[in-house]
Design a binder for this molecule. Structure first.
Ligand code: NAG
Ligand code: NAG
Ligand code: NAG
Ligand code: NAG
Ligand code: NAG
Ligand code: NAG
Ligand code: NAG
Ligand code: NAG
Ligand code: NAG
Ligand code: NAG
Ligand code: NAG
Ligand code: NAG
Length: 694
């Protein structure tokens, strides 16, 4: 099923490709910067940039129009106008999510120890004021009316800074700022991050406690901020559980016999089918709106009727494609349905069960084959829109090239507005796939070839995406590989993540392509920020399937703070990645050891048979305190204080006040501990084959 490539080949290319790795930084419109073949004509950007030649020419024109006579001020002004081409322009031109006309001007100097003596150098904001204050600028970007409103009309008359602002202090209060851990300021030159490597101390291990026995595919924290979370299983049942306090010794409280909602009548379940995702409206506590994503079988349920993803728009004739299982093309469909937790007279947040009555169908699409259909849904923390992660739809190596086809929704991340639902007439006029509207700034606005639902393309089978709770522009998606490589992508607007031109960083050669081909040169693929070769797990078994997790933002394990935690479904292995330097988009990753807390509320018995100790890692979860959970075939595990596993973490001592002395003797050790390198990779193909296979 999975091809095996020469290990030495993989090794050399992996090192080469990952070394020249992509920078993350973001452009103002939340697109990824791109790499230029040759330098821009006007602005001093030659490699990674947010401007193409057209935009560069516009900046040059704006600069000429400003008619600045003084050479010193002209040079400063040019650098400021050109900052919109900086690969960090999203950071420079946005402060607390309001756009600016001028980048954040550094108003304090970073104490530098370099020999070139910057000792008496003034901060950049002061330099701008001093050089330009008496110089006339036509269309001045420094007009007070522009501050904080990039779209405001520019006063056309020539003006000097001293005409516009009372003093340097006033000017620098408006335009100045400083870099911190999560944003950068502008110092007159393309932003360069401190490349001095910060010493990376690897966490010595991940300490887990087992708080539940159930096997779930999804966990979503209750939007009311309480210590509760929803858990759903593949069959289509959702439970509302109360999570035990950290260190209380309690287990999660969940009454199996009374689910929050039971959708088993609608959901079609098979190895790779079932309830794949759920999402709760950001205002759920007020409006009670929630959403389930699942697969259905149209031969079993009359509500299972969507347009087929194999259709004439994408040169696919359903009668020509053969599926396994003897199923008809588009017999199985992917659905997002909306339900309500409203009940007479009670607040949605106090509701403990809901009727499985569908309020509205958000999305329905028939699947050409029987696998690779993702299905996670989540709301963007900043934009409030609903994202759907969709796989390429199955078949060996994406024969119809759906993931690269801009007219197909397969192999895509989509973004819907579910707060503004058009009329049925409008929906059919626009040719939408359900009850939603298209956010105005979806990428089709700039690329009319794209279906309007598409946010990002070239995905293979995104299995678990999350937004960094502290830096929502970091939208991380694990994308399951085909034969050789599992990857993590940093998702940006309109980004093309390469499948099936590439599998991870490698060129992919489809064995059949009746649906045409996409040439390497015609796309600019964004490469993964992280990943692993199947050969790294086990040389004999080709099986691997990545499960994306979270950037750890809890203080419970301070040594994990800021690290992106993810795993492999079959190997039961986990990794923790740290971005270094901060904000660079470069991540270093390493396998993380884990073990079971001495005082785990439920004993961590090894999974039966040949399974890895944790069982299969289906998913991760995050609660309202940002504590992270691992959902496996064996149960629900929570990341806890390292000392509860006798892992050393010097930061823990400094921050934890109520440290209960860890058991000195390993004799109580609660079953397993797993070190990287000792992996139990055995697949039972009779067990649920969730994702990885065609
Ligand atoms: C890009 O520009 C920088 C500074 O202007 C220069 O040091 C570097 O060599 C240039 N790189 C290329 C590939 O032209
Ligand atoms: C440059 O980018 C703009 C905006 O994204 C686009 O409209 C234009 O077509 C691009 N020009 C070139 C030469 O690629
Ligand atoms: C540009 O500035 C010069 C003097 O520095 C002035 O004579 C000229 O009229 C200005 N042109 C415009 C278009 O404002
Ligand atoms: C600055 O440089 C001196 C001598 O090179 C060194 O002793 C000192 O530790 C440096 N200070 C910082 C803050 O790096
Ligand atoms: C520009 O100057 C002209 C003539 O001095 C004046 O009539 C006009 O109102 C000014 N415009 C702005 C936007 O200040
Ligand atoms: C820099 O700007 C920020 C934001 O306006 C302000 O809070 C801070 O006091 C300024 N620092 C200096 C040294 O002027
Ligand atoms: C930046 O990070 C360091 C170490 O990670 C931390 O000590 C410091 O408080 C952070 N600063 C800010 C402004 O968040
Ligand atoms: C760069 O890193 C060094 C060593 O970690 C640190 O002392 C210095 O303050 C950093 N500079 C900036 C601009 O962050
Ligand atoms: C979980 O399973 C274990 C072993 O089968 C059992 O001892 C324990 O009581 C169960 N715990 C809960 C909370 O269901
Ligand atoms: C649920 O109740 C809220 C508040 O009463 C209301 O705004 C909302 O429309 C209701 N939703 C449904 C689906 O009935
Ligand atoms: C919109 O929702 C209604 C109610 O669920 C449903 O009958 C209708 O088919 C949906 N429209 C589309 C295009 O899915
Ligand atoms: C499709 O593209 C791949 C990679 O560029 C190439 O190896 C393959 O031969 C192409 N197939 C067809 C049918 O053109």
């Amino acid at each position: 099923m999975k091809g095996v490539l020469s290990i030495s080949f993989l090794f050399c290319c992996l090192l080469l490709l990952l070394d020249s790795s992509i920078s993350l930084p973001l452009c103002v419109d939340s697109r990824a910067p791109f790499t230029l073949n040759k330098a821009l004509g006007f602005c001093p950007y030659n490699e990674s940039t947010c401007c193409n030649s057209t935009e560069d020419a516009q900046i040059e024109k704006q600069f000429r129009t400003s008619n600045v006579s003084d050479p010193g001020c002209a040079s400063v002004l040019k650098s400021i106008l050109c900052a919109s081409c900086d690969p960090f322009s999203a950071d420079l031109f946005t402060v607390q999510s309001s756009p600016r006309s001028v980048p954040l001007l550094c108003n304090s100097t970073i104490p530098s120890n370099s020999s070139q003596s910057k000792a008496t150098v003034e901060d950049f904001c002061t330099q701008v004021w001093d050089t330009c204050k008496d110089v006339s600028i036509v269309n001045s970007p420094f007009a007070p009316s522009l501050q904080g409103q990039a779209g405001a009309p520019t006063p056309t008359n020539a003006s000097k800074l001293i005409d516009l602002w009372q003093s340097k202090t006033e000017f620098c209060t408006a335009f100045g700022g400083s870099s911190d851990n999560s944003s950068v300021c502008f110092e007159g030159e393309p932003v360069s991050l401190n490349k001095t490597e910060t010493p990376i101390s690897h966490p010595s291990g991940l300490c887990l406690e087992k708080i539940g026995n159930g096997s779930f595919l999804n966990m979503v924290a209750h939007p009311d901020g309480s210590n509760r979370a929803f858990f759903s299983n593949q069959m289509g049942r959702v439970w509302l559980a109360t999570l035990p306090d950290d260190g209380s010794g309690g287990t999660m409280e969940l009454d199996e016999s009374s689910p929050f909602i039971d959708l088993t009548d609608q959901v079609y379940v098979d190895t790779v089918f079932g309830m794949m995702g759920m999402a709760f409206h950001p205002d759920f506590a007020k409006n009670g709106r929630f959403f389930a994503s699942f697969t259905c079988d149209k031969s079993k349920w009359s509500g299972c009727t969507g347009r087929c993803a194999c259709n004439s728009d994408v040169n696919c004739d359903p009668s020509n494609i053969g599926t396994d299982h003897g199923a008809q093309p588009c017999q199985y469909q992917t659905v997002i349905a909306e339900y309500s937790a409203n009940s007479s007279g009670s607040q949605p947040s106090s509701v403990e069960s809901a009727k499985p009555t569908e309020v509205r169908r958000i999305f329905t699409m028939g699947l050409p084959f029987t696998s690779q259909h993702g299905g996670q849904i989540l709301f963007g923390p900043d934009d409030g829109y609903l994202y759907l992660m969709m796989g390429y739809g199955g078949g060996v190596g994406d024969p119809y090239n759906f993931a690269q086809n801009k007219k197909s929704l397969l192999g895509k991340i989509m973004r819907f507005d579910v707060d503004n639902i058009p009329s049925a007439a409008e929906i059919s006029k626009l040719g939408l796939w359900g009850n939603y509207s298209i956010p105005k700034d979806n990428p089709y606005n700039e690329d009319k070839d794209l279906l309007p639902e598409i946010w990002a393309l070239g995905m293979r089978n995104p299995w678990r995406c999350s937004f960094d709770a502290e830096r929502p522009s970091y939208f991380l998606c694990a994308d399951v590989g085909q034969d050789v490589y599992e990857e993590v992508d940093l998702i940006t607007k309109g980004g093309n993540y390469g499948w099936r031109v590439y599998e991870g960083p490698y060129l992919f050669h489809p064995s059949q392509s009746p649906g045409g081909n996409t040439s390497v040169d015609s796309i600019s693929a964004i490469f993964p920020i992280l990943g692993y070769n199947h050969s790294e797990l086990n040389k004999n078994e080709g099986s691997a399937s990545i499960t994306g997790g979270y950037v750890y933002r809890s203080t419970t394990d301070p040594c994990m703070y800021g690290r992106y935690l993810y795993g492999d479904l079959y190997a039961g292995a986990m990794w923790a990645a740290i971005e270094d330097p901060q904000n660079s988009g470069n991540f270093n990753t390493s396998r993380v050891a884990f073990s079971c807390a001495h005082d785990s509320p439920i004993k961590c018995e090894s999974a039966p048979g040949n399974l890895p100790a944790l069982g299969y890692i289906f998913s991760f979860g995050e609660d309202n305190k940002k504590d992270v959970y691992v959902l496996t075939s064996n149960g629900v595990y929570r990341v806890v204080r390292p000392s509860r596993c006798s892992y050393a973490c010097s930061l823990e001592k400094a921050t934890t006040t109520t440290t209960s002395a860890p058991s000195p003797s390993p004799s109580h050790a609660n079953s397993w501990s797993v070190f990287p390198g000792y992996l139990f990779l055995q697949c039972s193909f009779f067990l649920l084959l969730l994702l990885g296979f065609m």
